[in-house]
Design a protein around this ligand. Sequence first.
Ligand SMILES: Cc1cc2nc3c(=O)[nH]c(=O)nc-3n(C[C@H](O)[C@H](O)[C@H](O)COP(=O)(O)OP(=O)(O)OC[C@H]3O[C@@H](n4cnc5c(N)ncnc54)[C@H](O)[C@@H]3O)c2cc1C
Length: 472
Amino acid sequence: MVDFDLIIVGAGTGGTTAARFAAQKGLEVCLIDSKPREKIGDKICGDAVGTEAFELLKINPPKAGVDLSCHIKGAKLYSPNLQKCIELIDPKQAGYVVDRLKFGQRLLNEALDSGVKQFLDKTRALDLIYKEGIVTGLKVKAKNGEQAELKSKIVIDASGFYSPLRKKVKNPMIEKEIPKIDSILCYREIINFPKKDQEVQDPEYITIILDPEKAPGGYIWYFPKNESSINLGLGVYMDYKGKVREFYKKYAFNEFVKTPNIEIESSGGGVVPVRRPLWSCADNGLMLIGDAGCHVNPLHGGGIDPSMRAGFYAAITAADAIESGNHTLEKLWDFNYKVMTTFGAEFAALDLLRMVLQVLTNEDLNFGLEKDLLTAGEILEIASTGSITLSLFEMAKKAIQGLSNPKLLLDLNYLRIRMNEIAKHYRKFPRTIHDFAEWKNTTVQIYDKIQNMIVKVKKNEKENIKGSEAHG
Ligand SMILES: Cc1cc2nc3c(=O)[nH]c(=O)nc-3n(C[C@H](O)[C@H](O)[C@H](O)COP(=O)(O)OP(=O)(O)OC[C@H]3O[C@@H](n4cnc5c(N)ncnc54)[C@H](O)[C@@H]3O)c2cc1C
């Protein structure tokens, strides 16, 4: 039995950030991870991260010669038929492609240098210890293979998508399982090739191709790493579990790799949650951050930035709670408030957009993007704020452009209204747990409206198919 103020489970981007700020606040922090120390940061990932979290948290950005692979000016978003390319360039979309292992090692070392009391690698969290309804520590399998107990005032779960602890939480407000429909299964490779054999396409941009036929539910990505290396991947619905590699080979690898002279530096699959945060990311004595709390941008699956932000919010909430001597959910509710009123509001709106985008067909996407029903400016506004404001003039312009597909235009407009509504609603997240039930009811109602719209879109699609078959 060892006593700490705070135990953090998982030394990923979320856990190391929480550890850094909690230690800086003077807490006695124990950080544990099931991996050996030298493997911390080694994660199957697209490796792209924006500048925002570093600026906001005053953490040094990735640096050449340390953990930076390359700088990114923006993103290029392609329609399924590749006829339309939307360039998304703004400071918020700019950023970095990192060397994931070196980036993770740097974040770990900086956390340890901030004064983390103990770092236990090869230590697996097995279960939460509850005492009188409050989490007071963990059961772990220690490095030597034996089971042990670690005691603390607060536990932060940063153990990622498959969090074993989320399943053990007693409070029903915290969802134990993430529905399959809210997760995306990815496969990616880091591929090196001689410069003379193949040039890296658009080396200053990350390239994203929307194509519901080749990447159902997700997208194909092509991210540069340096002048002779790329991170190439594809994400699909979880139901395509047995097929993701095949889809990757066929629609990503065969499309983009033009030389046999390649070296595959790393390959593998992974799952990312793509939905709004959990209803509550806190319980008595416990907070969940990063993938464990569904703190991932639902539109593109970027989770490095929000995991770091959540790590910061959890650390300051923990410090405040420990100072007050109150570690109950009522006190830790402030963490929910911080998450939901900031990136949580944005993610709830983007979650609605994601749900609708996932049911649009290649034809709809080709049409919508080519006719500018959604422009680069609007996509950027949505991506950074979770909502868009359109003037009457812009609405009228769209109505004319979308005239030949009025249904899609109406659906997009309805979606825009609901996105604004939910972002506003999240920004009014209750300060205390007592008003949560009412807030949740309204949230569910907004989601239901979009679900109903999706049912109608799917029904129309079926009828269209039937109609064209009858004509055929
Ligand atoms: C294929 C793919 C591509 C992606 N591309 C991008 C991208 O380009 N940009 C981006 O921003 N995001 C991307 N993401 C998402 C991003 O990787 C995650 O959202 C982010 O890493 C979440 O960080 P985290 O700290 O919550 O969890 P993780 O980084 O997953 O860290 C969890 C840590 O917990 C440890 N752990 C797990 N279980 C236990 C246990 N029982 N006991 C102790 N330790 C444990 C693990 O070893 C790990 O070190 C991608 C994800 C995938 C799968």
